[in-house]
Design a protein. Structure first.
Length: 266
């Protein structure tokens, strides 16, 4: 019994161990992607010739997918979705007579099915098939309790990736440092109503065919002028009768492609 529980604990923590084994590697790779984009853009402004399709929203989706994948060391499948979407639409420009638009939604359904089949499992072998029913039942309720504890997070940073699904996070840290939220064909609700910040905090938010609901305390100042939206946007539903504290600033950065962010307060 003790061995099974320890094995489950190891399996549960395996993903986190890989995530933090090289804490700077994701930032370095993500930075290299942005540097490459900046260099190509700079050379284009200097008059060097580049194909016109290189500066379309379709290529932007591909770059966004590469950036998300690099930041997470290309784990999971979330970064593949914008690359596949951008690549499919880009084929209209590269292949004469090819039209992808009639096939978009069938391809989306196929992608959802493939994701359900090949989505990553937990580390280690899955042995639930030979465990006693009572042990499985106890493990189920234990996992449900742990999931509730994870949803009510006291961590200072948030790093969430949602693909074809949804998640809800309640942050209660009194020294929130920001983080990153990525939604691809999915949604997220980030509740910072019980959290607190000191100074300016940056929260990166990327939406591709998805959306994020962000709940913040009414006395925070929220700056979202640095976000980029294509066929999407940001809806601030907090009203005009706010008196934000100038010492508590939440700065939103990121990209929304056919998606959006909703900001509200309780």
């Amino acid at each position: 019994m003790e061995t099974d529980i320890n094995q489950q604990d190891i399996n549960r923590d395996c993903k986190d161990w890989h995530e933090y084994r090289h804490p700077r590697a994701g930032r370095v790779l993500g930075g290299l992607v942005l540097i490459s984009v900046g260099v190509v853009w700079f050379m284009h402004k200097m008059g060097y010739f580049f194909p016109a399709w290189l500066f379309t929203w379709k290529m932007g989706l591909i770059v966004l997918g590469l950036y998300i994948g690099a930041k997470h060391l290309f784990r999971g499948a979330g970064w593949l979705a914008p690359i596949l979407i951008g690549g499919l639409f880009l084929m209209d420009d590269l292949i004469p007579g090819f039209h992808i638009r009639p096939f978009v939604w069938p391809i989306v359904v196929v992608m959802m099915g493939l994701f359900m089949i090949f989505r990553p499992r937990r580390c280690g072998p899955h042995r639930a098939w030979h465990r006693r029913w009572k042990h499985r039942e106890r493990r189920y309720y234990r996992d449900q309790y742990r999931q509730q504890e994870r949803d009510r997070s006291t961590e200072d940073r948030i790093d969430t990736v949602v693909v074809f699904g949804s998640t809800r996070k309640n942050i209660i840290s009194k020294d929130f440092k920001g983080g990153e939220v990525t939604c691809v064909f999915g949604g997220a609700e980030i509740n910072l109503g019980q959290a607190d910040i000191n100074g300016t905090v940056i929260l990166e938010m990327h939406q591709v065919f998805g959306g994020t609901k962000l709940i913040v305390p009414p006395h925070w100042r929220v700056n979202y002028s640095e976000t980029v939206a294509f066929l999407g946007g940001i809806e601030d539903k907090r009203g005009d009768n706010l008196h934000p504290d100038s010492d508590k600033v939440l700065t939103l950065k990121g990209t929304s492609v056919l998606g959006g962010i909703q900001i509200s307060s309780y």
